[in-house]
Write a protein that binds this ligand. Structure first.
Ligand code: C2E
Ligand code: MG
Ligand code: MG
Ligand code: MG
Length: 277
């Protein structure tokens, strides 16, 4: 044994990387199994009109409960799905489920609701994603304008030209596009002007600091004003307190989403919430 040698240190480090790699492969295999066994589900979180309290939209968020590992967060498994070629299957599942459930809601009389679905940029690079989205919407007989495609700001600025043409397709139809986690990426203001999304979702990191950081307050206020001047709707994500809601109302933010209103919940629970409002 070469105790205390630099080489040994290197091996240990290597071993750590290796076990991290093995963990990823395990997660990938479990995810494959979960997809095959249709073990993924979708939960819904209301997006609320800040002035009236009316539920206006809902966001579809994928959920995975593994028998051994318990609940696995999409923050952990979406990157794995992207890396190992499983994201299209996950995305297709979520899109179908979301449309099926929105159809149920429309049939129950809630025809003004629209649904937000998260899409990874990797799902539509060279894959005519827009066609898939159209087919699925048509399959469920939903109006285009009831579907919102959410893409994150950071990826949108990376693949700008692809995104640009994709947004063009969606705009030809009435499908709406939202820039998610806005403020966390590095896109310039001119990129926002060019992309001209229908909706900007302010990242919850800024909402969290609204009461304590003057900088966050300034930034949020600026994003809201800029969006409104460009005719873009604004959703504040991660609203957890009445104090945050009050500030956002004062800043004339139109839509809010967060645990203050509801966590993401199964469709049944969501429908019950609609009734009690
Ligand atoms: P996101 O699209 O920004 O979704 C919002 C996340 O914030 C959700 O986490 C939601 O549960 C959480 N959240 C909502 N309100 C609050 C709040 O008041 N406080 C706090 N602390 N958190 C709040 P979730 O469901 O774990 O999803 C995490 C991310 O995973 C999503 O961020 C999205 O980027 C990705 N994701 C989720 N579902 C899908 C999907 O179907 N496809 C793709 N491609 N990505 C997805
Ligand atoms: Mg989202
Ligand atoms: Mg977000
Ligand atoms: Mg996100």
């Amino acid at each position: 044994n070469m105790k205390g040698q630099g080489r040994n240190g290197f091996c240990e480090y290597d071993g750590e990387l290796q076990s991290e790699y093995i963990q990823k492969l395990k997660l990938r295999d479990r995810l494959k199994k979960a997809i095959a066994e249709e073990a993924l589900t979708v939960h819904y979180q209301p997006i609320v009109n800040a002035q009236t309290g009316e539920i206006n939209k809902l966001e579809a968020l994928v959920r995975w409960h593994d028998d051994v590992e318990g609940d696995i967060s999409p923050v952990a498994f979406i990157p794995i799905a992207e890396k190992y070629g499983l994201i299209k299957q996950v995305g297709a599942f979520v899109l179908h489920q979301a449309c099926r459930d929105l159809k149920k809601l429309h049939d129950a009389g809630h025809t003004r609701l629209s649904i937000s679905v998260n899409r990874s940029v990797k799902e539509f690079i060279n894959s005519s994603d827009e066609l898939q989205v159209w087919e699925v919407i048509e399959q469920y007989g939903l109006p285009d304008k009831s579907i919102i495609v959410e893409i994150t700001e950071s990826t949108a600025s990376q693949e700008s030209s692809d995104i640009q043409s994709l947004l063009g397709y969606f705009k030809q139809r009435d499908i709406q596009v939202a820039l998610d986690d806005f403020g966390t990426g590095y896109s310039s203001l001119s990129a926002v002007v060019e992309l001209r999304p229908d909706i900007i979702k302010i990242d919850r990191g800024f909402i969290k600091e609204l009461g304590s950081s003057q900088d966050s307050l300034t930034l949020v206020s600026l994003i809201i004003d800029l969006s409104h001047k460009l005719g873009i709707k604004v959703v504040a994500e991660g609203v957890e307190t009445k104090a945050q809601l009050d500030i956002l109302r004062e800043l004339k933010c139109k839509y809010v989403q967060g645990f203050y209103f509801s966590k993401p919940v199964p469709l049944d629970t969501f429908m019950a919430q609609l009734k009690t409002r």
